[in-house]
Design a protein around this ligand. Sequence first.
Ligand SMILES: [Zn+2]
Ligand SMILES: [Zn+2]
Length: 806
Amino acid sequence: MRVILAEKPDMGRNIAEALGVAKKERHYITLQSGDVVTWAIGHLIQQQLPDKYPEYKEWKLENLPFVPYPLQLEVDPSKEEQMKVIGDLLSRSTGCVIATDPGREGEHIARTILEYLGYKGQLQRLWIHDLTPETIRTGFGELRPASEYDNLAAAAKIRSAVDFWVGITATRLFSITAKEVAKENVKLSAGRVQTPTLRMVYDREMAIQNFKPETFFVLKAHFQTEQGSYAGQWFKETQDGIVYRFKTKQDAEDILKKVTGKKGQVLHYVSKDVKRAAPMFFDGTALRVAARKELGFDIQKTTKLLQKIYDKKYVTYPRTSSRHLSTNAAHQLVERLKKLQLKTKYGHFFPEEIASLVGKKRFVDDAKATEHHAVVPTERNPDDYKNDPAYQLSPDEEKLYELILKHTLAAFHPEGLDRETEVITEVAGERFLSKSLFVLSPGWREFYNPKDDEKPDDEDRSPIPELHEGLSASLAKGELATGKTSKPKRLSDTDLENLMKYAGRHVDEEQVDADVLQQLKEKGIGTPATRVAIIEKLMRDEYIEVKKNLVYLTAKGQNFLELVYEHPIASVELTGEFEQKLEEVADGRRDPEALLLEFRDFTYEILKYKDQLQSKIAELLGNKALFVHQNEVGSCPLCSKPIVEREKSYSCTGWKEGCSFSIWKIYRQVSISSTQAKHLLAGKEVLLKGIPKKDNDGTYDLFIFLKGSSIEVRFPTSEDFSLGACPRCKQPVLENQYNYRCSQWKAGCTFKLSKDFLGQSIKTSQMKKLLKSGKTDPIEGLSGKKGPFTARLGYDSELNRYCFVR
Ligand SMILES: [Zn+2]
Ligand SMILES: [Zn+2]
């Protein structure tokens, strides 16, 4: 009996159903063949947190660095039962098939379990790109020896160990230093991939903050020829490239004067037809970019939806960084699309003939689709499962599926064809550029026209007549236009993911040479499966905020990054190099043990910056907290600086300048809320309720207020709480729990009205009106014998009760 180990229960069920179920148990399924399928539930085994190691329990600098190896592992307590079943099954087995997700993470999940159990039997690997029954059956016919994936497993193991070492060592170092120097009790989480990612956000934020707009001028000209007229823009070739803009108005006007009324000629005329290939297939990142532009989904949303569509078997494995298909996958895709075409409601997206893409390097390249290939549809048709709760698509899932389908089909449609025309016209030695674009044949763009926010929209694309070089052209009109240089763009969440993928570089995958792309990719930071989670982690740690898909650095994020800017943990380059080395381990090009030692040295290196960090914090220290979010409650009565909420007080941020103003949060054993502190600082009186009496015999209430910088008190009087004058004795009326009563009741005044009247509660504001003007506003919903009614209430002094008034 072989044990087939899947990553998750539903994946286990999928595999079992494809291979033939004999009997289902709670924790495993026996197959007709006699083999059993069981499953992990994600990570069954976890790394023991440092506080479980006696020597690392306390947060002290002396305990660092944290570099235990091998790491101590433990079974996730909530998953012990499943783990026991896997152990029992394996002990009775003749072999094991690893059938977790085909990737680093999946490999790691399976290997950790097997290692923990000390499994030494025969190991095979199922490596498939989607979960359809056909693919599962084919995959079982082509099982690989698991040893082919030993390198991948080794890389995964190192990655998880060093991420743990580096993360814990750096987080503790930064947090301890912040506590020592800044006296702030805060966890400053840092990580091998997370911190360089934050640095990319920081760099962009600084570029935005430091940006100063500059005014510039451009010169446009309208030309007249015997062939027709067209527009052009002045330019000049310089050593640094082509310049279109003038820095001063005078410069532009000088040129305008020089060319006005002059005759010129066409110096250069090229009109050519340019093919427009369909976009490359999606990998996870490119799909998230497209989903943001086309559907407005943020990265978390797209990631979740994509996993669901994959689990429901409509698309291939999504955590891929390949945008190509292997030859096999390309043949399979054609067969699948043919099946799908016959019955899908998206039939009109399909080309007449679905021809093989093999031979088109843009789409099919075995060298670039090794571990995984691009995300493409399977033959499964959503229409067939409309009423099946397990497989039906939600509206958003369907939108994403439709995007993947359209995008994939674009590759099977004819290329588009555009006519591009470029003209250079010379007048009095000055040159003008004209460009036009004319769509001859839309091709695939007829049904799929992805948004492109990279293209500048200021380019003049007005039509140009058919010209020829040497043709004379007169300048009919020149005009100056002015503009302002624009701020660097704020990063979107998908921009950030793309920057991680290419280690901080902006790369247009459609344009860059494939081999260069591959090299850049190896240095990318994080993995396709973890990048989104890292961005989420930065949000949870309150270093960044994402609003409407745009990434903002928080004050904490800015201070933290300024603290660690020079530290190697924030280096995008260094992290990129480490990532490349991990890739090389995964490919068998590098010795895992040697790399592990290198990482160990790096972890030691983190600590070398201790003194530098301390002085950096001292330098950053200002009036406000660096890392803890502080609530501002008002301004200081002594020095006008902001007052912020601290652990035990509301204190002036001018302490560095010597202002010691503060209000303790506890006054006579009662706490002052931040709202009350705001009122005090605004010069208002605040009522503190329930102050215990000295002899502990009950409580009393007290008004407090600020006089200069000290708190003064005043006992409340009945006037303070008066709702108005008593209609009987003119003394204050007070509110009790159930009624409104005259403050002079002890002296014998009988005025008392219940707060409830005919099923409605009479609000304080209405009682005030009654006492002031003799009547309330109309009160709705009073219950009468004939049903609810509305009436104004007054006071009947003879009967001492409510009465109805007009
Ligand atoms: Zn002050
Ligand atoms: Zn009274």
